[in-house]
Write a protein that binds this ligand. Sequence first.
Ligand code: FDA
Length: 368
Amino acid sequence: MKKYDYLIVGSGLFGAVFAHKAKLAGKSCLIIDKRNHKGGNIYCENVEGINVHKYGAHIFHTNDKFIWDFVNSFVEFNRYTNSPVANYNGEIYNLPFNMNTFNKLWGVITPKEAQEHIKNQIKELNIYNPSNLEEQALSLVGTDIFNKLIKEYTEKQWGRECKDLPAFIIKRLPVRFTYDNNYFNDKYQGIPIGGYNKLIDGLLEGIEIQLDTDYFSNREYFDSLAENTVFTGKIDEYYDFQYGKLSYRSLRFETEVLDNENYQGNAVVNYTSKNEPYTRIIEHKHFEFGTQSKTVVTKEYSLEASSNSEPYYPINDDENNELYRKYKKLADEEKNVIFGGRLAEYKYYDMHQVIGSALKKSRDIFGL
Ligand code: FDA
């Protein structure tokens, strides 16, 4: 008999939701995390009384009432609605592209006028079979939106010209013919009042956790502690990179405290011109309608993925997906190991999706 029923590697949303359900099912769990805090990428750091989203802006949104009620049972969510704006060389445009954006670009007032404008721009381009991202985007939204709001932003994100990027990266571009600046279409959205740490604390209440503890520092020892393992780290690392490394896009965050009550008037401002090296500035207090006398802002820079950088976004191109399939085959053969979450499944998951996936897994195993 081993000491625990479950060793859970990673205290992010997948690990935390699974641990919560396992505990309800009467199972004993030990969570380990190599970081010095719990919560994975939703962790917030308190600076000047402001919850700083340390690993990038996190806005909770879902269409699923069950998941919304589930998270609200741990912490109440506020009414924050994501309405980012774009700053193109000092000109401000609403996102996602909607009637406010079109009015600012062309002075059009009705949806019909905006539709005509876009249609005419697309027609003049004569692009029938887009062969790269530039042609793809132009054929979807026309010249003005592409030049001011997509081109240079995308080039900063990928570190390459749009002409040299494959068309498949942009399958569709949401264009809205209403005066609606709400970025998400989901029924429910918001930010936990008091920050995401409250959600994680609620999920992990009464569960043993060891921080600053890397599973790979002594995997034989950790395996000896529990009957089963839930692994939410990198799947390629679990298998010693035996088939090669999966690629990720990374980010660099530059955070500063400003002696200013309100720096940019919005939580998220995208910088869509190449004249600024960063892609976004996040002003964290606006997620929670903060009234503190100071503010904290984070500039977000896109990084080419390298083996040393923090893995943020999986690059799900054919080559990486094929590599992932090989690791998945090994994972499927494991008897007592569950692979879950964005790193172990090599998948871009929003928070509600990762919660849904952990709930499903625990329902399959514990029936609750
Ligand atoms: P997560 O990465 O959070 O947790 C994994 C944990 O495992 C980490 O704590 C890590 O330290 C630990 N670990 C890994 N290897 C280990 C090892 N060897 N030993 C011990 N511990 C180990 N979603 C959304 O709904 N709205 C949003 O606005 C955003 N915004 C956003 C911005 C950015 C920049 C990113 C990268 C992602 C988002 N997301 C998002 C997605 C969201 O972050 C994501 O869905 C969840 O945090 C994923 O939770 P996981 O548990 O899968 O991974």
